[in-house]
Design a protein around this ligand. Structure first.
Ligand SMILES: Nc1ncnc2c1ncn2[C@@H]1O[C@H](COP(=O)(O)OP(=O)(O)OP(=O)(O)O)[C@@H](O)[C@H]1O
Length: 770
């Protein structure tokens, strides 16, 4: 029985196995090529699946979920808004607050940061900005970069072969060939080093070019009208736009430039090296490689923490830390005078340690990830490489196709030591390069994950700017609702306010007059200051606006200046360019002394208007501040004017600015608080002469006489509007003041009366005793 079984095995081997093996060995090259094609297809598929974070089934699922949520639309569309409402809005890029509006119970701290369909959707939008056309400079740089990437791979292939032939010449003891090949090796160094330097250079150039394109686009949107104001005041999504524009765009651009070479180069390497390898070692090793790569890719994917989310979080914390410092510098004087350094230090350090805690956590995760990654890539794949190199030697022997140990000295199965060594050295080099390329491809998942973080932040900035420009704000409102959800709290009044917030007011442009017709004054937080305000201002009829603190005097001007949206009624007004605004602490720009007066004009615009420095000096003379020109060293002196000038100087420069621009209307918000009554009088008289209509907020009775109408905020949402009889008002005010003064003396008189009564009682008691 045992005998017949072994006979059967021998017959089977002779009839099937041996001919199959012989056939395989005979057509090995063809099979290898087939397997190579399959392997390459696998590498691409696996890489794509790895990089996009899942199988096609998972992608289909994600797509279906996105469709159900309505996120397939363009950014800013209805579906997009639903997505933002669900998670992105309230606690997004810069915000640490809770998410508001939208789907119930789903709260997320930031925008979705994953390497998924949404990431590719966002990335493609950014790519269209940084690579606007195939003829753009960036596209040319990319083509050149690709050329050098290919060149480097080809050079590496050539060097691998050269390396093998040098060792072969050494083993064969051929000094002439050896020397010749060493010289070739040195000659190859020239294009090789040039290629490497060019690759680094082109990558940096690409990063800078991407950054410039994106920054330009963001500057266009951010500094378009009042978007920069709306972004910080009317919408909650972006907290530190400065950090996003200055740091995040730079990080995104660098990351994008890196990721291209980090993905394209290893992919190209893998295909070319493995093709080359399959020609010499056959495809058997590559099958083993495929299995191992599949397993290790799965392991690495499991071990990869959400680096994208961490990168976005890190940028948010960086922004908050930086903002704390910026704030301190902005209010340095106030903080120093209040001796608030310790409190500020606590605040700044709180921001810093939150950042460091996060960064340390990410470092620890990176360390663990690198351990796994290096273990797999360097050691597992390294040893696998040696095994693959052994395939040509042991493969033939295992298949019984010769290569026995008993061959003639110096040869094994007809192969001489020289060519075997040459083959081994070349294959090993190719394998190491291929496994290194595979490793780099694997680690790009982490890079891609981080890129997704920067992509999410930059996209969020662009999306928010688009929304803000279109008047689609997302802000947490008083009462817990949001402008996105458009509902506020509970209760009748709140419900009424919510209804009001759903409305939209009308703006009509006029040449001269200002008319507010039933316009509600609502803060960006949804606080209704006045339900319905009606008043008008005709040219020349200066308006005085008075009322208690926080009643909404300045808010009126924010609506007039187009900064706040209107939720009802009609505002008729000249365009914003016909208004000049002077607050209590005027804005002084970066630039020369002249720039402070002509702001926002430039010197050339000033000249084009036919205004000279002498004219400016005349204006300053009128306001008794002309000495400033000589004192500060002339019109072209540049300084941080905010710190260099006194409060009174700043206010007088702002008044000079008004006279230079000579608009139809001027909004004066407590702008004479730091100047003398004499200057105040000169200012009002001159402004009237110039035909500027003034809208003044002031508590100073000395200003009443310049105004014809008064808008008085009475508190509790009430107001009164009508002509101002300043003399009667002043008389009333004086009488009121004198009565108040008298009333203030009553307690003193009462005390004195008590004293006198006490004295009288004491005297009477003494008399009785006598
Ligand atoms: N950007 C903003 N976002 C949200 N609320 C704001 C904003 N600016 C002002 N407010 C709120 O609007 C209300 C009115 O502010 P406003 O500056 O109009 O007051 P005001 O009458 O000018 O006060 P004061 O006389 O103290 O300057 C205040 O409760 C304030 O908190």
């Amino acid at each position: 029985m045992a005998h017949s079984q072994s006979t059967l095995r021998a017959r089977m081997r002779d009839q099937y196995a041996m001919p199959a093996a012989a056939h395989y060995m005979q057509h090995r090259r063809r099979y290898s090529n087939l397997l190579m094609v399959a392997f390459s297809a696998y590498v691409f598929q696996n890489t794509y699946a790895g990089l996009t974070g899942g199988s096609s089934a998972a992608k289909r699922k994600a797509k279906a979920a996105a469709k159900a949520k309505g996120t397939q639309g363009q950014p800013g569309g209805a579906g997009d808004a639903a997505e933002k409402g669900a998670g992105v809005s309230g606690g997004s890029v810069g915000s640490s607050g809770p998410a508001v509006g939208g789907a119930k119970g789903r709260k997320r701290r930031g925008p979705r940061v994953e390497v998924d369909a949404l990431f590719f959707q966002r990335l493609s939008r950014l790519l269209r900005i940084v690579l606007p056309s195939l003829r753009s400079k960036e596209a040319s740089l990319l083509v050149l970069h690709t050329f050098f990437l290919v060149l480097r791979t080809l050079l590496s292939l050539y060097v691998a072969a050269l390396d093998g032939s040098i060792v072969s010449a050494l083993v064969r003891a051929q000094p002439k060939q050896f020397l010749l090949r060493i010289l070739t090796w040195m000659a190859v160094a020239v294009p090789a080093t040039y290629t490497n330097s060019m690759l680094n250079y082109l990558q940096s150039k690409l990063a800078i070019a991407y950054r410039t394109r994106l920054t330009k686009k963001v500057h266009e949107d951010y500094l378009d009208g009042t978007t920069f104001y709306a972004l910080g005041n009317l919408d909650d999504r972006i907290k530190n736009a400065d950090q996003l524009i200055v740091v995040d765009i730079q990080k995104f651009s660098t990351s994008l430039a890196e990721i291209y070479s980090n993905i394209a180069k290893p992919m190209l390497d893998i295909v070319l090296y493995n093709y080359q390898l399959s020609r010499s070692v056959g495809a058997e090793g590559l099958i083993a490689l495929t299995v191992i790569v599949q397993a290790s890719a799965a392991l690495l994917k499991l071990a990869t923490p959400p680096f994208g989310r961490y990168a976005a979080e890190e940028q948010r914390l960086e922004g908050e830390y930086r903002f704390a410092h910026t704030r301190l510098l902005e209010h340095a004087e106030e903080v120093a005078l209040l001796r608030g350094s310790q409190t500020e230090k606590n605040l700044i350090e709180r921001g810093y340690f939150a950042l460091i805690k996060h960064v340390n956590r990410v470092f620890r995760m990176r360390m663990v990830y690198s351990l796994v990654e290096e273990g797999i890539v360097k050691w597992v794949w390294g040893s696998l490489g040696l095994c693959v190199c052994a395939v040509p030697v042991f493969g033939a022997r295992l298949l019984g196709m010769g290569g026995g140990e008993g061959g003639a000295a110096g040869t094994i199965a007809g192969i001489d030591f020289g060519s075997r060594t040459e083959g081994f050295v070349t294959n090993r080099r190719l394998l190491l390069s291929a496994s290194d390329a595979m490793g780099r491809l694997m680690s790009t998942y982490r890079d891609l994950s981080e890129l997704s973080g920067y992509t999410a932040r930059v996209s969020e900035l662009l999306d928010t700017m688009d929304d803000v420009k279109a008047g689609r704000y997302q802000k947490k409102l008083v009462g817990g609702g949001s402008t996105a959800g458009r509902s506020v709290g509970k209760g009748e009044e709140v419900a009424e306010n919510a209804k009001m917030l759903q409305g939209r007011g009308k703006i009509i442009h006029s040449d001269d007059e200002i008319i507010f017709d039933n316009v509600p004054i609502v803060t960006p937080n949804g606080d209704v200051l006045i339900k319905s305000l009606t008043f008008y201002v005709k040219p020349g009829n200066h308006l005085l606006v008075v009322g208690g603190n926080g009643t909404g005097k300045s808010s009126l001007f924010r609506i007039l200046g187009g900064l706040w949206p209107i939720y009802g009624g009609t505002v008729t007004k000249p365009p914003a360019s016909e208004f000049t605004y002077i607050p209590q602490r005027p804005y002084l720009s970066l630039g020369t002394l002249r720039d402070q007066i002509v702001y926002p004009h430039s010197r050339s615009q000033m000249i084009a208007r036919g205004v000279t420095d002498l004219d400016l000096l005349g204006i300053l003379k009128l306001l008794d501040v002309d000495s400033i020109v000589e004192r500060e060293g002339g019109w072209d002196t540049q300084r941080e004017w905010r710190d260099a000038l006194s409060g009174g100087d700043k206010q007088r420069l702002a008044m000079a600015r008004l006279f230079y621009h000579c608009p139809k209307y001027a909004i004066l918000d407590e702008c004479t608080s730091a100047v003398t009554l004499q200057i105040e009088q000169t200012f009002y008289e001159r402004a009237t002469e110039l035909g500027i209509t003034l809208l003044t907020v002031s508590h100073r009775p000395s200003l009443w006489k310049y105004h014809k109408f008064i808008l008085q905020y009475l508190g509790g949402g009430d107001y009164a509007f009508g002509p101002l009889d300043w003399e009667a008002r002043l008389a009333l005010q004086e009488e009121k003041q004198s009565l108040e003064q008298k009333l203030a003396e009553v307690p003193v008189w009462e005390a004195r009366l008590k004293e006198l009564e006490g004295e009288r009682e004491t005297r009477e008691r003494r008399k009785e005793n006598i």
